[in-house]
Design a protein around this ligand. Sequence first.
Ligand code: 2AM
Ligand code: CA
Ligand code: CA
Ligand code: CA
Length: 280
Amino acid sequence: APERVVGSKSFTAVAINCAAKAGEWIQSKIGSVKQLDTKYSMHDLVTEVDKGSERMIRNLIGTHFPHHSFLGEEGVEPGPEAAAKALQDVSDAEYLWIVDPVDGTTNYVHGFPFYSVSIALAHRGQVIVGVVYDPSRDELFIAERGKGAYVHGRKVEASKEGTLGTSLLATGFPAEHLTALPANLREIGAIAPKVRNLRSSGSAALHLAYVASGRLSGFWEHNLSAWDIAAGSLLVEEAGGRMSDLAGEPYHLGVRDIVATNSLVHDELVSELKKASAAK
Ligand code: 2AM
Ligand code: CA
Ligand code: CA
Ligand code: CA
């Protein structure tokens, strides 16, 4: 079993401290972004705030746990191949911090208040701590493996909706137009008529936190990376929800196409997604 505490600092306390500090800082910078660059495509944005937030988190973690490994979005070259290789490079790590310093940069840049800081700690590939912080609402979502999921100390649970028909779901529109976007649009066409309604709010980590807290009954998205999902995956699981790939196979850090639900609607959603992809 992994240790939970080194010296006097628990892993979770450090994760919370990092998310709170970085979140407070990015919130203080909203509306005053100086440098807006594109990375992999015109849809893939990065600002000095993404880089500064990651540096702040990395330094703080390094101070407490200098022997731990670190995987952060802004330390990796853009694009899916580089993301997969970066994950591969740290696959031997005993302790690995997986960080998205701003999840929802497009929202952040446009002042749409739905973005987050996502921090996970994995022990030999299994996420043991997950923290997602929404600085716009000052909501801090925390999960520790085996101990449940919490928002500001209050335990949260996934929704009790038993069917898609009464469910509010979310997805993420992929920017990549060759394969993922058409696939997602087919899925939306198939699923929208079967659910109460659909949202696409632009932060995968926060969508996962909303599945964990019962605000959404499910969420799916293509082409994500470990830093988008790792922290939220533990929130979902610890809240009684379920995480898988599009085929319904269990989630692991290398999964890029994810389905997250309250568990009750999981099989139904996976089956509808399969039908949508078979119908092309
Ligand atoms: P980001 O803001 O950290 O980049 C929204 O659908 C989700 O997709 C967010 O988690 C967002 O993370 C991510 N995302 C945005 N643009 C992307 C791109 N070009 N490729 C892959 N993921 C992207
Ligand atoms: Ca990004
Ligand atoms: Ca992200
Ligand atoms: Ca990001």
